[in-house]
Design a protein. Sequence first.
Length: 116
Amino acid sequence: QLQLVESGGGLVQAGGSLRLSCAASGRTFSRYTMGWFRQAPGKEREFVAVISRDGGSIDYADSVKGRFTISRDNAKNTVYLQMNSLKPEDTAVYYCNARQNPYDYWGQGTQVTVSS
C-alpha cells in the first residue's frame, strides 16, 4: 500500500501562486508514475499534470499549460505542483495520484481557492 499526503493548498488571489506537495510512503516511490488531478464543486475529477517515474516525460492539461509545473524528487518521495498565474477557475480540490499498473493510489486532497 502506498500512502499519499497532499499539502500546500489555501486561499490565494487571482494572479498569485501556490506550490502543492504530495509526500509518499509505504512503497518505492520511484516505481510510480505520479499525477495531479482536481475536482471543482459539481464537476467531475479532471487531469491536471503527470510525470513519469524518472521525471523525463511530463504532460499537462491544456488549461494549465504554461502556468503549472509538475516535478518530483525521488530522494524525498515527493511530487510537486507549482501553480502560477492562478485563476478563479483553478479553484478545486487537488488530488495526488500514483500509478503502477494495476495499482492506483490517491491522496485525500488539498483545497485550492482562487479569489477574483
